[in-house]
Design a protein around this ligand. Sequence first.
Ligand SMILES: NC(=O)c1ccc[n+]([C@@H]2O[C@H](COP(=O)([O-])OP(=O)(O)OC[C@H]3O[C@@H](n4cnc5c(N)ncnc54)[C@H](O)[C@@H]3O)[C@@H](O)[C@H]2O)c1
Ligand SMILES: [Zn+2]
Length: 367
Amino acid sequence: MLRKLIAPARYVQGANALQALGEEIKALKLGTRVFTLADRRVLEIVQSKIEQALQAAGIEGSFAEFRGECSKQEIMRLKELAEKEGADVILGAGGGKALDTAKAVAYYAHKPVVIVPTIASTDAPCSALSVIYTEQGIFEEYLVLPRNPDLVLVDTAIIARAPVRFLVAGMGDALATWFEARACAESRAKNLPGGDSTLAALNLAQLCYETLLEDGYQACLAVERQVVTPAVERVVEANILLSGLGFESSGLAAAHAVHNALTTLEETHAYYHGEKVAFGTLVQLVLEGRPLGEIEEVLEFAVSVGLPVTLADIGLGEVSEEKLRKVAEAAVRPGETIHNEPFPVTAEDVLAAIIGADALGKDFKGF
Ligand SMILES: NC(=O)c1ccc[n+]([C@@H]2O[C@H](COP(=O)([O-])OP(=O)(O)OC[C@H]3O[C@@H](n4cnc5c(N)ncnc54)[C@H](O)[C@@H]3O)[C@@H](O)[C@H]2O)c1
Ligand SMILES: [Zn+2]
């Protein structure tokens, strides 16, 4: 099989990086009329900063409010607005849903896309993928895009002022990356562009995990005080760049399949993507029969930053075995990434691993 690696064309990160937005767009010759989409809360944070940065580079800017769901209707509504404005660059600012919407709008409008994450809550910013939902918020499909974003620009001063729970959720999404990459490498499963992984992607995935262990706790303390330290810079890079390249160019496995299955239970909806992925990671390690020492390292990290390690931590303290069995069945649906594990996986195996992971989490927390 051919080895393949995909990545954004340019990645820029740092405190007040937004000031360099216009220059970076100019350097890449992306265009001169930028259409920004973001929800109301995010517009309040970034609109004037974007206006100033574009103006300084002689680029025109227009803005539209994103209504909160990455649905086909919302994508088409914003695409029409962008075309009416005569935009030649699409910019998305915010969390995973706004960024996925901007990528899809740019794809349908045949324009380049600039991604400005204002929280480091997922590894969505760098990928050539949009996760599409219905207007009601139910998962619909993965829209696989032909190219990664043209520019990902991450202002860590903005990210450090957002609630710390977003950064922690991003660490949950990033926690899975190395373990899923390792499973895919062992089974020679295809990565997202349909190739074998590379030394580069596998090592970035491993570095992602090591960075979380080294800097995660310190980064949380800093972001609770809304400051950017070197640990914050490294964790933001791990959550956004290392995890993004790692998952896309090495592949997903059980952790994300368990996450997807958990979303079928209403009780988990109040928890962020990365929080459910963190518990899915523990389930994957139990499913793979990993040594206790390795699992305890993950538990210790997760508990130190406040990531879920038990079913109760993701709203499922009182869940029946029947419901868990449904989750296990959903996790092994055909096409799910759990089949990238290097051994066949049944619903029975997943159910046992969920119960086993919950028991380890409870034991570790001392109840
Ligand atoms: N495309 C991919 O590769 C990929 C990868 C992982 C996850 N995802 C998708 O990402 C989505 C989840 O993203 P999410 O967890 O970021 O949630 P989200 O995008 O739904 O919500 C983010 C929330 O944070 C708020 N927010 C943003 N910036 C803020 C700031 N600076 N201060 C305060 N609040 C701020 C927004 O207003 C919004 O309410 C899911 O749809 C998931 O499918 C996609
Ligand atoms: Zn994820």
